[in-house]
Design a protein around this ligand. Structure first.
Ligand SMILES: [Zn+2]
Length: 352
């Protein structure tokens, strides 16, 4: 969550709802409708050398022990708060790339890699990481659902490490679990899903703005039909609520959320619109509907006490399950999502 995020009470909640990596290393060429084969190449190799991201944990993607271990790695003192350009940033990115590779996702970044490099406003070299699951239906495989979470945090502030466990190791960890859950099923979704870990969010959505302005050729922004953003999903206990924002009335995602939330009765989901200041904004700004999952951070928001031991892993797993269900159904929806995008006007910032 970026620095100018405004914490307000949810004024516009519209409804309250009581609410194993076998990823194919051989990816069919269904991206060819939109892909430049030279930049999107199958990559099934593995790299077990990166701490916290080996090719183990191929069982339940939402096992609490796995979620806890990934958050603990990303928010460890060794990574020093993952500020852009730091050695912790490099380690975090290496672990995400390694995991994308383990899952058999297709590299969506520069020159056949997972990384889309950029330099932030302060001059630090960093990158977005992009792993792609090609759609299975040639009729709609050129439609893209982006699932995103930012991987950076504040680094060392006034001498103390700000670990960023909730903000946003929780979102990255949940994104990786969702990617595993969806890619490990033999029947791939009809539409293409791009899993994107954004850099430099905290300094002003720099990574997602860079992505929106420089989308990979294989993943053009005018083909993105939905953006799902996970930013701070580990602090459910603060309000015993997860907010699902931007879930606009009348969109397929709204209906899917309402249906699936009822299946996850242990968590309370508040639907509202639209939610601002996170990585969905550059997408919404060009007319892409979004879904923003967020749990309020409480007193440890942007503080040194945002540590792995404080997170609520059970609800985080349920949120991941819920988003998996919604994303998978969106990506295989028989609704004309491209037409929905074109026909509606979306408000990008404001109430919650
Ligand atoms: Zn933040």
């Amino acid at each position: 969550m970026s620095l100018d995020f405004r914490r307000t009470t949810l004024a516009g909640a519209l409804a309250m709802v009581a609410a194993s990596c076998t990823g194919s290393a051989t990816l069919p060429g269904t991206l060819t409708d939109v892909a430049d084969a030279a930049t999107i190449a199958p990559d099934g190799t593995s790299d077990a050398s990166t701490p916290g991201s080996d090719c183990g944990h191929e069982g339940d993607p939402f096992a609490e022990v796995t979620l806890r271990e990934r958050v603990a790695f990303l928010s460890s003192n060794a990574l020093s708060g993952r500020s852009p350009g730091s050695s912790g940033d490099l380690s975090a990115r290496a672990s995400i790339e390694s995991r994308f590779r383990c899952l058999g996702l297709t590299p969506g970044g520069d020159d056949g890699s997972y990384a889309q490099a950029f330099v932030d406003d302060a001059g630090h070299a960093t990158a977005n990481l992009i792993g792609v699951l090609p759609g299975s239906d040639p009729l709609v495989a050129s439609d893209i659902v982006v699932v995103g979470a930012h991987h950076d945090h504040l680094g060392i502030v006034r001498g103390s490490v700000h670990p960023g466990a909730n903000d946003n190791a929780s979102g990255v960890t949940t994104l990786l679990a969702i990617a595993q859950a969806i890619s490990s099923v033999a029947t791939r979704p009809r539409r293409t899903i791009a899993f994107v870990a954004f850099g430099a969010e905290e300094s002003g959505l720099e990574g997602s703005k860079h992505y929106a302005a420089n989308a990979p050729r294989a993943l053009p922004m005018d083909r993105v039909v939905y953006m799902v953003n996970l930013d701070m999903v580990g602090s459910y206990g603060v309000e015993r609520t997860v907010y699902a924002l931007g879930s606009f009335p009348g969109t397929p995602a709204r209906a899917l959320l309402e249906a699936h939330a009822a299946e996850h009765a242990t968590i309370h989901v508040s639907l509202g619109e639209p939610g601002d200041e996170s990585d969905h904004v550059p997408f919404c700004s060009v007319g892409i509907p979004h879904l923003f999952l967020w749990t309020p951070g409480g007193s440890c928001y942007h503080a040194a006490c945002d540590t792995a031991d404080r997170l609520d892993y059970g609800p985080m797993a349920e949120i991941g399950h819920l988003v998996t269900d919604v994303t998978r159904d969106l990506a295989s929806s028989t609704s004309d999502l491209a037409s929905v995008r074109r026909s509606r006007q979306f408000t990008c910032t404001g109430g919650r």
